[in-house]
Design a protein around this ligand. Sequence first.
Ligand code: ABF
Length: 239
Amino acid sequence: AYNGAAFTSFPHDSEQDMTQDELKDAVAAAAIDEIRPLLGRDIVIGVGTGSTADRFIDRLAALRGDFRGAVASSEASAERLKGHGIDLFDLNEVGTMPVYVDGADEVNAHLHMIKGGGAALTREKIVAACSERFICIADASKKVERLGDFPLPVEVIPMARSYVARELVKLGADPVYRQGVVTDNGNQILDCYEFMIDDPVAMEARLNAIVGVVTNGLFAARGADLLLLGTDQGVQRLT
Ligand code: ABF
């Protein structure tokens, strides 16, 4: 539910709408404020993937000395973190982390998300599972009533691709093979078009049960704990 009390206004001309990039910057900055109290010399944080997460990574650089390092949810984010001199850790060395910050492709009022537009869904779901709090950062265009306008990505073992696609058709989806994309785990992606999702928790489990599916892009069983949503009126804080 929207927590109306927690709303940060932007110091900008209200006559002028902010660009999507400005909204992404605003939520990245808000996420830095949110995690600052959690940081400490022994703290490792989870860091996500995508253009919004990139802005968070760039701002994290200024806090480099205040925490131990990060676990990245993709090779791309790992490179960016490294470029800022932030130490990277293997998740197996770290255990549970206090917080994971990442973007989303769609998010609903329950803070269920569709993720994986950038093909990093499997590592994102693993890092999220190992984090006490998931902070989702997104511009207002990502907020939806019902998940599914954004094609739901499903990561599959390559030899199972056609089988999984047939199973997805039975569920009502129109799966399309994302040509030329190999995930960080060496797998392939099917994007489910025409697939509006009424019960994200049930559908996440249903898709996970298809043999050959590695991960699906529904983050509902473990959704976000906090959504920082960039709007023209300010950053909304939804829990
Ligand atoms: C990651 O990056 C993904 O799960 C999602 O697909 C994407 C969002 O990217 P952006 O912030 O560029 O819209 O969070």
